[in-house]
Design a protein around this ligand. Structure first.
Ligand code: UTP
Length: 297
């Protein structure tokens, strides 16, 4: 993993307590965040993105069946000894790089999946009074080039504006029901001062087509809002509603990131990510491309 300069954002919450029903049966007994895209589980992509942005405290909000995530970021003594004895240094490096020494992993339990807002609230005591990031690992985000991850771009915006930053992208009108949708005043080509955010609106009432992707930088004021709001869409405690409360008291910006998002919580998005990342993989790419050509693609 790349090292980085001191970051104003050093803590991140990874909510991984959802039920993953869209990916059944694969997620019946394992977390969707452990599904591999090419050769890495989804959660590792998100953790690497946060690390690149300068985050060092990774706070996982876990639920049932989430043990494999804890194991993944733990030391695997037997495996390391076996690889060392076999002289497989390259693989040993791969295993060790999953958790660099200066990265801390902390686990909090969300006893019931009451919604994303509730999951974020579970991290409140560990965050304290600092601004923090939230990364949804089932949104796999790929920057335009190495070293330009989406969270890193957002941290740069935070450093400039010192306010909450939401990653947004334009979504097709018929898909507004899948996203938090926001509207506001344009500050520059990539940034909007948000004055409205709605969770999963129908296309005819959506305030825009700017959908929030699974990356947020939030100020700690959001905890108070989440804790004092009624349940929202689907009977869940929604993060979007907490942000709607926050923007009545503080500035919140929507940032059009540079890069690509794969919705790996859906089977289609997951397959697309696998194909595109396999094609871009330095070792696997050429052979995989040939294989696809062989299929007449
Ligand atoms: P999703 O809306 O994708 O829900 O959650 P889900 O339960 O994981 O998946 P489906 O829709 O049933 O297939 C968005 C993110 O919020 C987390 C999920 O783990 C996912 O990363 N989440 C959601 C929680 O941690 N707790 C919750 O109560 C709800």
């Amino acid at each position: 993993m790349a090292s980085s300069t001191p970051s104003p954002i050093t803590k991140a919450i990874f909510p991984v307590a959802g039920l993953g029903t869209r990916f059944l049966p694969a997620t019946k007994a394992q977390p969707k965040e452990m599904l591999p895209v090419v050769d890495k589980p989804l959660i590792q992509y998100a953790v690497e993105e946060a690390y690149e942005a300068g985050v060092r405290e990774m706070i996982f909000v876990t639920g049932r069946h989430k043990r494999p995530i804890e194991d993944h970021f733990d030391m695997t003594f037997e495996l390391e000894v076996a690889l060392e004895n076999a002289g497989k240094q390259e693989l040993l490096d791969v295993v060790r790089s999953v958790k660099p020494d200066d990265m801390e992993c902390i686990y909090v339990r969300q006893a019931q999946a009451l919604g994303l807002g509730h999951a974020v609230l579970c991290g409140q005591r560990l965050i304290g009074n600092d601004p923090f990031a939230v990364l949804l690992a089932d949104d796999l985000m790929v920057g335009p080039q190495p070293g330009r991850g989406i969270l890193k771009q957002m941290v740069e915006q935070f450093a400039e504006w010192r306010a909450s930053i939401l990653a947004v992208q334009e979504v097709p009108a018929e898909q507004t029901r899948r996203y938090g949708i926001c509207a506001g005043t344009q500050v520059n080509d990539n940034l909007m001062d948000v004055n409205r955010i709605v969770e999963k609106p129908a296309p005819e009432v959506a305030p825009s087509r700017l959908g929030v992707a699974g990356r947020y930088i939030l100020t700690p004021g959001v905890f108070h809002e989440i804790a004092n709001q009624p349940r929202g869409v689907g009977g869940e405690i929604q993060l979007t509603d907490g942000i709607a409360g926050l923007l009545r008291r503080e500035k919140v910006f929507a940032f059009r990131y540079e890069g690509k998002r794969y919705d790996c919580g859906s089977k289609e998005g997951f397959l697309q990510a696998n194909v595109e990342l396999a094609l871009a993989h330095p070792q696997l790419g050429p052979g995989f491309r040939e294989f696809l050509h062989g299929l007449g693609l």
